[in-house]
Structures are given as structure tokens and as C-alpha cells.
Design a protein around this ligand. Structure first.
Ligand SMILES: C[S@@+](CC[C@H](N)C(=O)[O-])C[C@H]1O[C@@H](n2cnc3c(N)ncnc32)[C@H](O)[C@@H]1O
Length: 355
């Protein structure tokens, strides 16, 4: 039977022998990813699948188990974030690894990248390989795995960057074990804000995003990597929307998404701090506690969306709570992000205005 081990010369590098967990573990959740060809099939099926279906959840769990088995144990021990030039924090390898398990996010981003590669192949018919910058890979380069299963190294080449050496070290070993190493033009341990590239990328992707754009440097990174694209290149995600929501017991939506970041339209050099204000007067006085939240929705590429709620990047975060809204009163809410649009340094506003 073909196993991952067929790609290894010596027993020392056989992942089945490196881990005490295998081979039983890879029978998880109805999946038997014992062979590389089975892994490639599973990676292909991840693309464009219904993210909440049982079978997709099982695939994602099985992939997480396989990547765990093939990874170095240090990724679970590195728990400290890194500071990214004062533009937010880079989450630690352990948390970056766990991002794979976020089914809806992983499905939308990896499918979006796949579709963007197909689009780039049409936009640049005479240029191969399509050069891709993947900023913030974590230890698995999760978002690129299905595309590496689908395309050839002659068609696509990645520059993989992460600020955490534990992640890049693991990634380079993992790519070898998966027989994907030929897809990596470079694996770079660096703060991406220090990275420059003279030749130009056809695609640049990053998912460095906390809920409601809190703490992590998504937008500053997008603004930086956008400059390294060739003309007509593709920046992912295409669009991030932010909105305020009011919650009673059943999360009623207060506003549609009211602020939109479309990276390719962004030409400014620095961001001013952002303040979004919204005033809400309920039709009826509200006698119960009211909570206000901020949340994002993300359009990765074309119809690959991470819609509001239930993911690590689009879960709402609390802006404040009021005991009720009396007659003739309204509430005023403001989401405030500091310089570079990283939310978390400025206090939000949530107050009652009585007439
Ligand atoms: C949310 S994790 C995503 C991991 C993986 N790409 C995925 O989608 O599953 C973000 C990754 O970006 C990295 N990162 C954040 N800021 C960075 C920066 N300025 N330079 C390089 N890497 C950064 C973090 O170290 C972390 O590994």
C-alpha cells in the first residue's frame, strides 16, 4: 500500500515511525487518510464544499489530525504572539495551527485561493509559474494545501512567510513529508513588513485577522503586500466589511455592514484612525438588556465568503451592554480603531441618549 513513507529514504524520516499516535489515528471520523493519494483526494474535496456539512467537517478534522501527526511537537509549545512593527500581534504557532479546524473559514479561504489561481492563469496566459505570496502561513500553510494538491509546481510557486520560526521550520519539514516541497520558491522567517520583492507576485494572500479586526494586523499587511503585486494582480481577501449589531436574546441585526475595505481600491499611504458611529432608536421601548457587537464579513474571492458569525474571524465582539432602552431614547454606538485600523487600542462608545 502506498503511504506517506514512500517518499522517504530512511526510517528516521518516516512520519509513521516518528509519532506514537499513528497509524490508528488517521482512521479518524470515517476517513482513512493512510495514503498520499487519499490525502490528495481529500484536499481536492475540501474545495467549494458545503462548510457545515458533516462530511466537510469530518474532512477538515481528518486533515488537522494528519497535519498534527506529520508536524513537530514544538508547534504546540510555542504559545507566545510576536509584535509586528507596532501594527498588531502575530498569533503564536499553536493558535495558527488550530485555525485549520475552523471549517467555514478554511473552506472559503482555500477555495478562494484556488479560484484566484484559475483566474490568474487566464489573466496571465503566457506567464508561468503563477507567483503567489502567502503572508502568515502558520505551521501548515493551510490555505495553500488544496491548491498544491490540485496544481503542479510548474503552474504555481509560493513565497511562504511567517514571523515565527517554529512555524516556518515546521512548514518546510511538512512540505517535504507531503511531497509538496517543489511548490515553495522560498520559505521565509520574517516580519512581512520587512519583505520586498522586485519581480512581482500575481497573487498575494493573508489571513491575519481577529474578530472585528481586533489585535491582528490584517489590514496593514494587506496594504503592504498589495504593493508587491504585478499590474492586474489579485489581492486576497478581496473585501472585508464591518458592521455593528444589536443583540437581545436573538441577535437581531441593527445595521447592515456599514464600512467596507476593498484592498485594491486603497491607494493611501497611511490609515487615519477609524470611527463608525450609529444611532439606533427602537420602534418600541426595549425593556430587556441590549448588547451591541461589531463583526466582519469577508469576501475572499468571487463567491467564496465567510459570512457573519460562527468563525474565528467573523464572530461578533462585544462593544457594550445597556440595561434597556426607555421610551423616547436611542442608543449611540461607535466602533473605533486606531492608526492602521487595528481595533483594540481605542475604547468603543455605547451609550443611551434620552430626549
Ligand atoms: C491567523 S494565523 C493563520 C494561519 C494560516 N495561514 C491559516 O490560515 O490557517 C496568522 C499567521 O500569520 C502570522 N503573522 C501575523 N503577522 C505577521 C507578520 N507581520 N509577518 C509574518 N507573519 C505574520 C502569524 O504568525 C500566524 O502564523
Amino acid at each position: 500500500m502506498e503511504k506517506f513513507a514512500v517518499h522517504f529514504q530512511g526510517a528516521k524520516r518516516d512520519p509513521y515511525k516518528q509519532s506514537k499516535l499513528v497509524p490508528g489515528l488517521i482512521h479518524h471520523f470515517g476517513f482513512k487518510i493512510q495514503t498520499r493519494s487519499k490525502l490528495l483526494k481529500t484536499l481536492n474535496k475540501v474545495l467549494h464544499a458545503e462548510p457545515y456539512s458533516k462530511v466537510q467537517k469530518a474532512r477538515i478534522r481528518a486533515l488537522f489530525e494528519v497535519m498534527t501527526v506529520l508536524s513537530d511537537s514544538t508547534i504546540w509549545q510555542d504559545t507566545w504572539p510576536a509584535n509586528t512593527k507596532g501594527k498588531g500581534m502575530a498569533i503564536a504557532p499553536i493558535y495558527a495551527a488550530h485555525c485549520l479546524s475552523d471549517c467555514k473559514r478554511t473552506t472559503a479561504f482555500s477555495s478562494g485561493l484556488h479560484d484566484a489561481i484559475e483566474e490568474a492563469m487566464q489573466r496571465f496566459p503566457d506567464q508561468r509559474p503563477i507567483r503567489i505570496l502567502y503572508a502568515g502561513t502558520g505551521p501548515f500553510a493551510t490555505l495553500a494545501l488544496p491548491s498544491m494538491a490540485k496544481f503542479s509546481p510548474e503552474d504555481i510557486q509560493f513565497d511562504f512567510i511567517d514571523i515565527h520560526e517554529t512555524s516556518t521550520q515546521n512548514l518546510s519539514e511538512l512540505l517535504e513529508k507531503l511531497d509538496f516541497e517543489d511548490f515553495a520558491q522560498n520559505i521565509i522567517t520574517k516580519d512581512v513588513f520587512d519583505h520586498q520583492d522586485a519581480d512581482g507576485y500575481h497573487i498575494a494572500i493573508t489571513e491575519t485577522m481577529g474578530p472585528a479586526l481586533a489585535n491582528e494586523p490584517q489590514i496593514p499587511i494587506m496594504r503592504h503586500i498589495r504593493k508587491m503585486l504585478v499590474e492586474n494582480g489579485i489581492l486576497l481577501p478581496e473585501e472585508i466589511q464591518l458592521g455593528l449589531l444589536i443583540g437581545n436574546d436573538n441577535y437581531q441585526v441593527l445595521t447592515p455592514m456599514i464600512w467596507k475595505y476593498t484592498a485594491l481600491e486603497d491607494k493611501a499611504e497611511t490609515f487615519a484612525p477609524l470611527e463608525i458611529r450609529y444611532q439606533y432608536q427602537p420602534k418600541e421601548p426595549c425593556n430587556e438588556e441590549v448588547s451591541v457587537f461589531a463583526a466582519t464579513q469577508v469576501k475572499v474571492f468571487a463567491d467564496n465568503l465567510v459570512t457573519f458569525g460562527h468563525t474565528s474571524i467573523t464572530d461578533p465582539i462585544g462593544m457594550g451592554t445597556l440595561p434597556n432602552i426607555p421610551p423616547n431614547s436611542s442608543i449611540e454606538v461607535a466602533y473605533r480603531a486606531g492608526q492602521d485600523l487595528v481595533y483594540g487600542t481605542e475604547q468603543p462608545i455605547c451609550r443611551l441618549i434620552s430626549k
